[in-house]
Design a protein around this ligand. Structure first.
Ligand SMILES: Cc1cc2nc3c(=O)[nH]c(=O)nc-3n(C[C@H](O)[C@H](O)[C@H](O)COP(=O)(O)O)c2cc1C
Length: 334
């Protein structure tokens, strides 16, 4: 049974990848995940805000001069020694030394600017690839769609100019024409897409009359949107495709591979059940492949994508009316 796959041009021994999250924030966590059999890890993000803050602090210190060093530090209210971006680079270096699997660094921001050039330092520290998470939550509801798209392309261009390693763009689902966007991102230098960003869940508490923002763990029902987009894009754009959101069982991993994912990422299931859940997912995938007569991931990948001709009606509007009629019969039989 061959579980080999390729992602962003990197050969992986397993299609299961630990996505950016708390479990990859330490070398110990990364070692545990590698031992459990994941094909690669994505580190938690380094955020635009952290990079900007460090740059501001460095500039303040340089301006203040060495005599007023302490004064400058208290002025910008950061403890001496605080240097999250630098600690991030150290994590990349230590992780690369500790495990044989690819270590993907994650850069997370939403505005174009010099912060994105920090990718060069990540490459220098040994990152196997960059995952560029463009986490754009629309504060201005009237932003023109084309401007929003241009923002993605601009940030990617900055990162592309800074590094030679592969780049995957983690993007949200709220774009008018994802295929066109994928093609534009490819032109701007992306090697892959991570589908989709799962945005924080802003909500309203009617009891306390407050607005809240949380990050509850995902459930498998949330996988249908990213999965159907992967099935639409597979074979239509020359990009690696990573699935993220809603993996709980081996069947969820298999379904994403059938749609056309090169790798399937998970965070929620590993947080819910512990990092050793990766073993269960991989063993379960092997069992499923055995039952279905598949010998390699190559035989599975994209088998139910639109490019493979799998039930085109299910991916478009043409089955909409029959689906509504069926649902009506099930939920509201007369
Ligand atoms: C506690 C927590 C922290 C996360 N941190 C990051 C992060 O730093 N960068 C990032 O791109 N995604 C982050 N994510 C999102 C995950 O990488 C993933 O895309 C998302 O949770 C959906 O996948 P899942 O259904 O497997 O959890 C985080 C998710 C959780 C639950």
């Amino acid at each position: 049974m061959n579980l080999d796959t390729t992602y962003l041009g990197l050969p992986l021994s397993s299609p299961l990848v630990a996505s950016a999250g708390p479990l990859t924030r330490s070398v110990t966590g990364i070692r545990t995940l590698a031992a459990a059999g994941v094909g690669a890890v994505v580190l938690p993000s380094l955020f635009e805000e952290q990079i900007r803050r460090e740059a501001e602090r460095d500039a303040s210190l340089a301006e203040a001069g060495s005599e007023s060093f302490g004064e400058a530090l208290s002025y910008i209210q950061l403890p001496v020694g605080d240097g999250q971006p630098r600690q991030y680079l150290s994590l990349i270096e230590r992780a690369r030394a500790a495990v044989a699997i690819p270590v993907i660094a994650s850069l997370n921001g939403a505005t174009s600017g010099g912060w994105a050039e920090y990718a060069a330092s990540m490459q220098e520290a040994g990152a196997s690839a960059i995952e560029l998470n463009i986490y754009y939550l629309q504060g201005d509801p009237f932003d023109p769609g084309r401007d929003v798209e241009e923002r993605y392309v601009e940030i990617l261009r900055t990162v592309r100019a800074a590094v030679t390693i592969p780049i995957a763009v983690k993007l949200g689902p709220f774009l008018s024409s994802l295929g066109e966007m994928a093609a534009r991102l490819h032109q701007a230098g992306a090697d892959g897409l991570v589908i989709f960003n799962r945005f924080m869940q802003t909500d309203i508490d009617a009891d306390t009359l407050t607005v809240s923002a949380g990050l509850p763990l995902s459930n498998p029902a949330e996988a249908t949107l990213p999965r159907s987009w992967i099935a639409r894009l597979r074979g239509k754009v020359p990009l690696s495709l990573a699935a993220t959101t809603g993996v709980e069982s081996a069947a969820d991993v298999a379904a994403y591979l059938l749609a056309g994912a090169d790798v399937v990422m998970t965070t929620s299931s590993l947080l819910r059940h512990g990092p050793e859940h990766a073993v269960e997912l991989i063993d379960g995938l092997r069992d499923w492949m055995l039952r279905k007569g598949f010998e390699s991931i190559d035989q599975v990948r994209g088998r139910l994508s639109t490019a493979a001709g799998a039930d085109p009606a299910a991916y478009g509007r043409s089955s909409y009316l029959t689906t509504i009629a069926q649902a009506t019969r099930v939920y509201a039989p007369s």
